[in-house]
Design a protein around this ligand. Sequence first.
Ligand SMILES: Cc1cc2nc3c(=O)[nH]c(=O)nc-3n(C[C@H](O)[C@H](O)[C@H](O)COP(=O)(O)OP(=O)(O)OC[C@H]3O[C@@H](n4cnc5c(N)ncnc54)[C@H](O)[C@@H]3O)c2cc1C
Length: 354
Amino acid sequence: MLNTEQHIDSLIIGQGLAGSILAWQLMQCGQQVIVVADQSAASASRVAAGLFNPVTGKRLLLQADAETVIPAALSFYDQLEQRFKQQFFHNKEMLRILRSEKECDIFNQRSQDSAYAPYLGDSCATPALLKAEHGIFVQCKTGYLDTNALLDCMKALFVAHKSYIESCFRHDDLVMKEAMVSWHGINARRVIFCEGFMATNNPWFNWLPFQPAKGEILSFTSDQQLPEQIINAGKWLLPVSDGSYKTGATYDHNLSNIEPSNACKSELIDGLQHLLKSPLNFKLVDHQAGVRPNTRDKQPFIGTHPSHPQLAIFNGFGSKGSMLIPYYAERFVHHLSDGSAIPEEADISRIRYD
Ligand SMILES: Cc1cc2nc3c(=O)[nH]c(=O)nc-3n(C[C@H](O)[C@H](O)[C@H](O)COP(=O)(O)OP(=O)(O)OC[C@H]3O[C@@H](n4cnc5c(N)ncnc54)[C@H](O)[C@@H]3O)c2cc1C
């Protein structure tokens, strides 16, 4: 721990995608930042497949403000790739399998809607190995983010800038002062909590209606030639750049146990086999579980505490962190720098605080 007092702009708690991307963007604006991270604790970002998909769910819903959010994310990852000389975002076409007549009708409706035009391709022939009774179509502007590569590079950069402390932040250790906070000799104008689902234990922000959802993912190798696109039929199959595959994900609001379970492993293997015409030979290489920081109204939680302006939160990115975080980090950095508005749908002032 540090011996002398330090004065910084922002103390950031958590080095998942939210804490890392926000810290990086603040640093780009010349702010002094320290990231406090407990790498031994659960991190959704370390488990996530990083899928990037603008049109999701049974109703094929287009991400709100897709025309702003998606370019912001892609240009951000491009900027990082140039800085680190490493690829993080992998463009990859997605084949969406339609699972019922109802989904076919929805696809036909969406195809007529000009807002969907950049994201929905045509119906296509079913690749030999796949089962697709009701048809299949191409989704565009899809891919995946290599979250672990990105987080490792970010951590190395924070360490090099002496902006990283490996520690479990205890909320009791934070000293509130006039218009600032102090923690172990570090005086900061603000602390920004990016704790993922663990924000539910944060004494200042536990009034926010989080609805965390556990999820599990399998990684495997196979000597069979699987499609090179991402296959999505609710459960998905992702060919990863190292030649292995991932399949996921389960979804469960019961957090009594956040470890990988045999029941979910079976669910994922069944889901994978269900995509294919014949049984797959595969070798399981990993089985991970994580908790998504979902919120009840499915919108992020961003803003400063109603009674303590030196405390802020940047969280609630649910199942879409890789697509949403760069855009909202940019908007939050503007807010912190010049007071410009946080996007209304994400501003925590929408939630009543008693
Ligand atoms: C199974 C699964 C699949 C997913 N698939 C996708 C996907 O395909 N695409 C997608 O975009 N998103 C996906 N997600 C969601 C994605 O992981 C999240 O949206 C995103 O990673 C959230 O990032 P975060 O930084 O808010 O949270 P986290 O990644 O959980 O980071 C929070 C960090 O804060 C740290 N922390 C918490 N409390 C403290 C403390 N007191 N002191 C120090 N450190 C602390 C934790 O250790 C953690 O590292 C998936 C999630 C799961 C679980």
